[in-house]
Ligand binder design. Structure first.
Ligand SMILES: *Cc1c(COP(=O)(O)O)cnc(C)c1O
Length: 474
């Protein structure tokens, strides 16, 4: 009998210690039981408790249950309750419960979804979800999906595909020859493009200085009339869902023209692409199916757990070529291997949660989820507009509400006070040169009562600010 090393003895003991996994489960249940009623941001004490983690790397091997207990004691209180109904910061998203359960179960499987042979079950579900996404968004049969960490990476993959295809058309194989000396590409996008688009362009060596910026209207939509002449060396980047106002670029007016000119059209639809799954909101994305690539998140509007993003590309060959990696030990399968459509090789099988949530909600449930976010955002805007002292600055076409008080100073002070009250959590932004409060309704858990309660916190915050004279300088 081979002897176990002391470390192996400890690890085998942990592996078989049911209490370890039971306490994780119990702590998880505790969190879920209270998260909806929690204050919408960790308390000062909870944040101070994080100093518990300041320690040197321990010398000796520790106790697994002790580690779990410490995370429960000092980590859980400092967790931001984005699962609840009154967190409106950034564009985040809650979690559909079956996604949590499936993530929990499948994390024990510890699957690597790089190749079919490494995880047939993950590969199978990637096939299935790819088909469902095509159908839901009305995309062509040739469209392939890469399952990545988020829209930042999805944008990067899509723009790499565009770079590959547009250069190859000019007789330049960028994989072989690189960018030095390559024929020029044109990049056209709206002034309101998301920062992750710019990041992808600079990572791809395309730079940002030569972008042809197109003016936007007051909602942040690219103005179709301001679009320059396009050609077959052009990469046109459009947006479904402006990160402040939620506005959508005018796809119908632009895509046909861009197609005819031979341009590559990419749509950054991190949260907004899901409008295409709502009967009532579908008009916002009309025409986007004419694009060549799309980036969308699971973890925002669809409420999958983090992290989950998807690149969709109608030109499968361009996507695979852009991310291609060859090595002798790779087993090429006739069926799809996930890693050919993602930059990573080893990759967690995030498709499990995505599959589970899409299967659970079904077409009707996805529609109800997306449409519900819009309803709550409309309610937020209506109730705030009815209050003295707040104005809603955007057309609430999707889930975003942009709010301001009479002056920047008052807006800033009121925002700070709302955050102190912790009844709801909202963040700040700048919109049309004004300081604003940005409300993003992203969780299925936000109820009509949550909105009313949050609006009451806005009112109280402004009253407090006025009473103390803060923000009164203007
Ligand atoms: C959130 C967002 C991104 C980035 O997505 P991540 O999933 O955070 O990487 C890109 N574009 C838009 C419009 C977004 O809202």
């Amino acid at each position: 009998m081979p002897q176990l090393t002391p470390l192996q003895a400890a690890l085998f003991a942990d592996l078989r210690d049911r209490r370890l996994y039971d306490s994780a489960q119990e702590y998880a249940h505790d969190y879920l039981a209270t998260v909806v009623d929690r204050e919408s941001f960790p308390t000062r004490e909870a944040l101070a408790g994080l100093s518990h983690f300041d320690e040197k790397l321990p010398e000796a091997t520790g106790s697994a249950t002790d580690i779990l207990d410490q995370l429960q004691a000092f980590g859980a209180p400092a967790a931001v309750p984005t699962l609840g109904g009154r967190y409106f910061g950034f564009v985040t998203g809650g979690v559909v419960p079956v996604g949590l359960a499936v993530k929990h179960l499948t994390s024990y499987w510890d699957q690597n979804s790089s190749m079919r042979i490494m995880s047939p079950v993950a590969a199978k579900l990637e096939d299935v979800v790819q088909g469902w996404l095509r159908e839901l968004f009305g995309l062509s049969e040739s469209t392939v999906a890469g399952f990545v960490s988020g829209t930042s990476v999805a944008n990067l993959c899509a723009l790499a595909s565009a770079r590959y295809r547009l250069l190859l058309r000019q007789g330049w194989d960028v994989n072989e020859r690189g960018l030095m000396g390559a024929p020029p590409l044109r990049i056209v996008t709206g002034r309101e493009a998301h920062s992750s688009v710019k990041k992808a362009l600079l990572v791809l060596g395309l730079g940002v200085a030569q972008i042809e910026w197109v003016d936007c209207d007051t909602e942040g939509r690219l103005r179709a009339a301001a679009l320059p002449e396009l050609d077959d060396t052009t990469l046109l980047i459009l947006q479904a869902g402006n990160v402040n106002s939620g506005a959508f670029d005018p796809f119908a007016a632009v895509c046909e023209r861009a197609r005819a000119a031979g341009a590559w059209i990419h749509v950054d639809g991190a949260f907004g692409l899901w409008a295409g799954a709502s009967e009532r909101l579908r008009h916002l994305t009309q025409g986007m199916e004419l694009a060549h690539s799309w980036a969308v998140d699971g973890h925002k509007t669809l409420n999958t757990p983090y992290d989950s993003g998807i690149v969709l590309c109608a030109d499968a060959e361009a996507l695979a070529a852009a991310l291609h990696m060859a090595a002798g030990y790779l087993v090429l399968d006739q069926d799809r291997d996930g890693m050919f459509y993602t930059p990573e090789m080893s990759r967690r099988a995030r498709v499990f949660e995505l599959w589970a949530i899409m299967k659970y909600l079904g077409r009707a449930g996805i529609d109800a989820l997306v449409t519900g976010l819009h309803d709550r955002a409309r309610q937020f805007a209506d109730e705030l507009s009815a209050l003295d002292g707040f104005s809603v600055l955007n057309e609430v076409v999707f889930n975003q509400v942009v709010v301001a008080c009479a002056t920047d100073e008052l807006t800033e002070a009121t925002l700070n006070r709302i955050q102190e009250l912790r009844e709801c959590w909202v963040g700040g932004s700048v919109w049309r040169d004004r300081r604003v409060i940005r409300v993003s309704v992203c969780s299925w858990a936000t109820t009509a009562a949550d909105v009313t309660r949050s609006v009451a916190a806005f009112r109280r915050a402004l009253r407090d600010v006025r009473a103390t004279g803060a923000g009164a300088s203007a």
